[in-house]
Design a protein around this ligand. Sequence first.
Ligand code: SAH
Ligand code: SF4
Ligand code: F3S
Length: 485
Amino acid sequence: MPDGRESAMDGEKRKTAVIDEKEIREQRVFSEKVRGILRKRYGEKPLACVVTFGCQQNLADSEQIKGMLKEMGYGFTDDRFGAKLIIFNTCAVRAHAEDRVFGNIGMLKNYKSENRDVVIACCGCMMQQKHVAERIEKSFPYIDLVFGTHVIYRLPQLIYGALTKRKRIFEIPDTDGAIAEGVPVLRDGSKRAWLPIMYGCNNFCSYCIVPYVRGRERSREADVIIGEARELVKNGCREITLLGQNVNSYGKDLAPRVSFSQLLRRLNEIDGDFRIRFMTSHPKDCTRELIETMAECSKVAKHLHLPFQSGNDRVLRAMNRSYDREKYLSLVNYAKELMGDALSITSDVIVGFPGETYDEFKDTLSLVEEVKFTSLFTFIYSPRKGTPAAEMPDPVSAEEKGVWFRELTELQEKISAENMKKYAGKTFKCFVYGKGKLGDNYVASRTDGNLIIEFEGGEELIDTFQNVKVTEPLTYVLKGEKERN
Ligand code: SAH
Ligand code: SF4
Ligand code: F3S
């Protein structure tokens, strides 16, 4: 069971649950047992296919899943029809995400009936919802193993069960969640890495399922995060993205408290040529201090992903977002003031929240017009069972929401095109990530704001940072030239 760690939260004592090391060691024993079974059953290394849906949090979880599978003796394939173990790591954020998962599971029915020894598992956010687990139990009898977001570290034991028992396994405890350290991680070997700094969410935005499926906010110890970052940089990693649903409230549950700004400053002190990114920031907890920290720390990418969701104060209140349009704009303007052209701002927006009127939606358009985001992630509202918004009257038709949605995306396309023109003549610090598409002698690089700039240069520049001056904005790509270092 999770061990109790005393810590202070808003002046009060509270327990941050940390999984006992003993339990993690026990998992290693199961891992060995699985290895033995696999060797006997297959001789050679059986292959596993891990399919990941959803956000970076799920990608990071899948890296832990693969880390454990590797210890158990699995190799990996992207071809699910050649795998002995298939794991779907699922997302519940919108209906579309869930439909895709069910579609993918459905396609495995024949494969399973022709290959009885194959183990099929589902995990992730979707499974943490009771009605989904029940549907899998009833309608998808060929799924052998279902586990929730709080027991990923117990994968070796779960796989051992799936390989040895005749019964299907459903392991979905409904807890606030705990932190498991010491779980092996298998990263994809690229120069970019995800680094979770906290889990869960306390905000309960009225439309969102995440707090129900991911549990309460809990932070990893700063020293552990810094140790992991140091190791990554030592192994050649050039870009570390710190992950959390609301990184700005990092450390509130630690004793002594550590703020996100303090964490960033400590990470910035690590020696080496690398860049630090973070996501997601919540405007409610985003402070001027954080913006100053971003501006002052040379290794922190000048990229702020700050979802605003709606430009209208009534809608923001109904969404339970705890900030208003004015606060949002004042944060953005302060960031622009401190970081100027180097700064790129991106955001998430929901169109057609229940009860939103066209007039209110126009406030979203005007905010987009005012901020001039580098890019925007736009979503049509999707009702999520169990959230307050799903119970609210929603009179606007799907067709009408579609019209609003297109109006918004067209506006952003216009702004993105204008931005592209404005980049001409400007110099950006870019990470060169591969060969370019504009010609054989071109390499492709990425700015802090994830804009692509291609320039003439040799392959020896790949995996380095370069200052690149934009010479010609094309439609989706910028053409540039490398500045002398
Ligand atoms: N923690 C992050 C975002 C998590 S989900 C934050 O607070 O910003 C990513 C995005 O999905 C959200 O920012 C929101 O724009 C969108 N989203 C979440 N729930 C949704 C729903 N029910 N319908 C449509 N979009 C939703
Ligand atoms: Fe969802 Fe809001 Fe938490 Fe983001 S902050 S994960 S939108 S509840
Ligand atoms: Fe989806 Fe879960 Fe992320 S619901 S967006 S995978 S936290």
